[in-house]
Design a protein around this ligand. Structure first.
Ligand SMILES: Nc1ncnc2c1ncn2[C@@H]1O[C@H](COP(=O)(O)OP(=O)(O)OP(=O)(O)O)[C@@H](O)[C@H]1O
Length: 230
């Protein structure tokens, strides 16, 4: 399998006044194209920090990240923003949907911002919302949708630019167990259909076990044993 992301010696420090806190302490990680990975670990282990760096939302303090062999963080902020919008879809615990727009409009938004033609964006958003089981909720605003439905809209929105990589940070963190299962079923189905690569941060071991690989973080380091080794 070809390598998608290669992380080498990754460290991240945060400055807190005169102190510096090292959150990632030398991460080496290889993520192959077309695979699903769960990132697990105790609260504060550094999962979100690592996911944000993998998604080029934040820069490391040292170390390198390459995407398809090309170094990411030698690029300017503008180049990174362009890379993100072309390559990566994000799903967060809180969906960040725009409350005044309908489900359809929310999903169309990234495509319209990228200047895709209106009718194409419309068609694509409709198809994706149907795919996530919301064809009967196209014109509902987020406030008129359940938590699980809102997260489905967020997933459809993350996919509208046809990303190669989907990064999800506790995507079901505020949903009940049954709804969480359904959302993960949906993510696994989408992955199988599209071959998209997926990295998901979760606290839920049952859900993590549904991913092909489980990477465990402990206090800023990756534990040597992952499911790949078993
Ligand atoms: N901007 C920041 N400034 C200072 N410290 C930060 C910042 N962001 C995160 N941290 C610290 O870095 C550590 C790791 O945070 P991170 O959010 O990556 O952990 P996590 O494993 O995702 O935790 P959780 O499961 O609780 O979300 C925490 O101790 C946190 O307080």
């Amino acid at each position: 399998m070809s390598s998608l992301l290669e992380v080498t010696g990754l460290c991240k420090d945060y400055r807190m006044g005169s102190d510096s806190v090292q959150v990632l302490k030398g991460i080496d990680l290889d993520i192959s194209a077309g695979t699903t990975t769960a990132l697990v670990g105790a609260s504060g282990a550094g999962k979100s920090t690592l996911l944000h760096i993998l998604g080029a939302l934040d820069r490391p303090s040292s170390g390198t990240v390459t995407y398809k062999g090309q170094e990411l963080f030698t690029r300017s902020d503008r180049e990174l923003a362009d890379f993100r919008s072309r390559t990566i879809g994000f799903v967060f615990q809180f969906h960040h949907l725009l409350p005044e727009f309908t489900a359809l409009e929310n999903v169309m938004m990234p495509a319209l911002i990228a200047r895709r033609e209106n009718h194409l964006a419309h068609q694509q958003a409709r198809t994706l919302l149907t795919e996530v089981g919301l064809e009967h909720r196209l014109n509902h605003r987020p406030g008129e949708l359940s938590g699980g439905e809102q997260q489905r809209v967020a997933i459809a929105r993350a996919l509208v630019m046809e990303p190669e990589l989907l990064l999800a940070d506790e995507p079901t963190g505020n949903l009940d167990a049954k709804t969480s299962e359904a959302i993960y079923e949906l993510l696994v189905k989408i992955q199988k259909q599209t071959g998209i690569s997926m990295v998901v941060v979760t606290h839920n071991e049952r859900i993590a076990a549904r991913m092909e690989r489980v990477v465990r973080l402990l206090d800023g380091l990756i534990l040597p044993c992952t499911t790949e080794d078993m």
